[in-house]
Unconditional design. Structure first.
Length: 165
């Protein structure tokens, strides 16, 4: 890398065709999730949880806004990082999806993946089961692109004002 700062290198911009393919995949995954009957709230919960596990601030910022737009309130958003401790805040379908998404993200423990798949298959039909895994895999991909690209999280006017207080 001559003359380029590797910490200012955006993977999505460096390979436009690959990023266009990711964008098309993203649309297909979202369309499949909707066709499977998964709510926008559930998709955003999964997207946020995967982004929490991966530590992707950029994606957390984007998907928090999307989650609020989908109707998720502060209580469910705030408890998401410990959803299993607040299971009364999430439906059985959401809990199954979150468990499955966590194991898709932490795929190195195959026994836990298999257990999550078995549990999820009881709460999700085949289309939903597939869609949740695709949402989680897509988020893992986009998290990695954003993390490796060091995508910045830009403070909103509200945040900037709070920081100045």
């Amino acid at each position: 890398m001559t003359g380029r700062d590797p910490l200012q290198f955006y993977l999505d911009k460096s390979s436009p065709e690959a990023w266009k393919a990711v964008t098309r995949l993203s649309k297909a995954v979202r369309d499949d999730a909707r066709a499977a009957g998964l709510s926008d709230q559930l998709v955003e919960l999964v997207s946020l949880r995967v982004s929490q596990l991966n530590g992707c601030a950029y994606c957390l910022n984007v998907h928090t806004r999307n989650a609020v737009k989908a109707g998720l309130g502060p209580q469910r958003l705030g408890a998401l990082s410990a959803w299993w401790e607040a299971e009364n805040l999430y439906t059985a379908q959401e809990r199954a999806a979150l468990q499955l998404a966590e194991q898709v993200t932490r795929i190195d423990d195959i026994d836990s993946v298999l257990a999550a798949q078995l549990l999820a298959s009881n709460a999700l039909d085949d289309a939903q089961y597939a869609a949740v895994q695709w949402v989680a895999m897509l988020m893992n991909l986009t998290n990695r692109v954003s993390i490796l690209s060091h995508h910045p999280v830009r403070a909103t006017a509200e945040t900037r004002a709070a920081l100045e207080e």
